[in-house]
Structure formats: C-alpha cells, structure tokens
Design a binder for this molecule. Structure first.
Ligand code: PEP
Ligand code: MN
Length: 293
C-alpha cells in the first residue's frame, strides 16, 4: 500500500507508512534512532586533525551527544576549499570512537568510496549535493550500514523519498532522513529550514527523521532556536556542527557552536524534551486530514 500526502504525492512503497505499521527503529551500536530517544549527532564539519577531533568528541559526549559527526571527504562549494583528509580522517574518527564510545557518522560522496568508508563508519552520510546520485544510492543499498540521507537543497519531499526508495530497493532499509534546509528566495539564513517537512515525512513514511539546524541556519546564533523547533515538531534527533575554535575552522566555522554553546543548548533542550515526552503519554494524537494511512 502507498501513503498519500494531501492529494499531491505518494510515498514509495518500501519507505511508506501504512496502516498499523510500526515506525522503523535503526540500531547503531547501542543506540536506537527512531525509537523514542532524541539522538544528537555532533562534531566538526570536517575532521581537521587528531587533536581537534578528539577534543570535540570528548566535549560533545560529555554534553550528551551519542554520535560523532565529521567529514573526511568533503563536498565543497568551491574547488579551492579544504577537501578533507580522506582515509587519514577516517582513522582519526575510529580513534575518537575508541576513546569515547561515540558512534561515527561521516559522508560518502561517490560509489567508489563506499567500501572503504563502510569499514570505518557506523552511519554513512549522503550530503545534500549527492541526494540524486543514484549510483551512490544503489551502492549504499548494498553496503550493510545504516544511511543518513540528507534532503537535496532543491529537492521536493517526493524526490527525497524517491532517493530513500532507491536505497531500500537495493536491500537496505536502515535509512535515517535528514532535513537540512532548502533554497528559497530568503537570504537572511544560509538555507530555509523546512520545519514542516518533519511531520509531513513522518506521516507518510515509517523512517526516522532528524534535523540539521547548522547548515539550515548558516549562523551559530540560530542553531539553538531551530533545535528547539526540531524537538517540538517530533524530530528523532539532530545533526549539529561543533568546533573547538570555530573562528579557525577550515569549513563552516560561522555555523559551528563552541563547546560551551553546545553544552548550553543541550541543557536548554531538556525541558522541551520532557514536555514532549509528557504530551506523548497523555494526549490523544491529532489525525491529519488528507494525510497518510
Ligand atoms: C555537512 O554535513 O557537513 C554537509 C556538507 O552537509 P550538507 O550536505 O547538508 O551541505
Ligand atoms: Mn558542514
């Protein structure tokens, strides 16, 4: 059966939520994504050095993050920007996992890199620029690791779910969807966080959905507010950029939180998470008109 959204689009069958079907829970080491816990993935945009990553891993773990992010292969808007440390970066990520117990999420940009990255990563990240790289998605369908699929910056939700279906059709249903902001006419923020995408996708699909407030905002001062919004709309977690010295970061420094700012944000989210849990337990669910099922 196929989930319809408001007469506009149908969700593709393998990723569609139908009838009484339970939501997908994606196990990653000792963590469950989509199972009710709010899972925070945090770390630098790019792995720059062992010291930078280990310091960040310890700080984000201490503040409550469960998964460490960090790009070893970087898709950059300019060909002259830092392109990542490659395999050396993967080895540093592995060291940080051993030191802190955090699971690792890192980006894969092409099908040729899937095998090597799958040897190191717990979750394979597909960036916004790669969402429609179908050869990559097919290879990830066979990689045996969960996939974090970011929404293309100009992709409709139907196109987003189509990409998830490509991974699923190739044998992998361990998919986490990520709303990271889309291109609109607005220039005050780097992208426009499509916050409504979270409940829409959760209505039509059984897959977990997380929010990346950092790339959506482009500036660090907006990250806490967008994270609170993610909690309120029912996201399953966050992907947040954190750096020991954002002003010296080789990529995305303006949107990266300092360790102190990250800790404060995590502390400030607690009452919102507690309220969300209470509301879930005590209030009847609203039924969407024209939504799924
Ligand atoms: C990133 O997570 O650092 C990244 C490059 O994200 P996006 O693909 O959303 O731009
Ligand atoms: Mn980044």
């Amino acid at each position: 059966m196929i989930s319809q959204w408001n007469g506009q689009f149908s969700c593709f069958d393998l990723v569609a939520r139908t009838g009484n079907q339970l939501r997908s829970v994606i196990p990653v080491r000792d963590i469950e994504i989509g199972g009710g816990d709010f899972v925070v993935m945090a770390g630098p945009c790019a792995v720059e050095s062992e010291r930078q990553l280990l310091q960040t891993a310890e700080a984000v773990a201490d503040a409550g993050a469960r998964i460490l992010r960090g790009g070893a292969y970087k898709p950059r808007s300019s060909p002259y920007s830092f392109q990542g440390l490659g395999v050396e970066g993967l080895k540093i990520l592995r060291k940080a996992r051993a030191a802190t117990g955090l699971a690792i999420v890192t980006e894969v940009m092409c099908k040729e890199d899937v095998k090597v990255i799958a040897e190191y990563a717990d979750i394979m990240q597909v960036g916004t620029r790669s969402m429609q790289n179908y050869e990559l998605l097919e290879a990830l369908g066979r990689c045996g690791r969960p996939v974090l699929l970011k929404r293309g910056m100009t992709a409709t939700l139907e196109e987003f779910l189509r990409s998830a279906q490509v991974i699923a059709m190739n044998g992998n249903l361990q998919i986490i969807l990520c709303e990271r902001g889309i291109r609109t006419f607005e220039t005050a923020t780097r992208y426009t966080l499509d916050i409504a995408a979270v409940p829409v996708v959760k209505m039509v699909s059984h897959l977990p959905v997380i929010v990346d407030p950092s790339h959506a905002a482009g500036v660090r001062c907006l990250v806490p507010a967008l994270s609170r919004a993610a909690v309120a709309v029912g996201a399953d977690g966050l992907l947040v950029e954190v750096h020991p010295t954002p002003d010296q970061a080789l990529s995305d420094g303006e949107q990266s939180l300092t360790f102190g700012e990250f800790r404060e944000m995590m502390d400030d989210l607690q009452p919102y998470l507690a309220l969300r849990d209470r509301t879930r337990r005590t209030r009847p669910r609203l039924v969407a008109v024209g939504g799924a099922d």
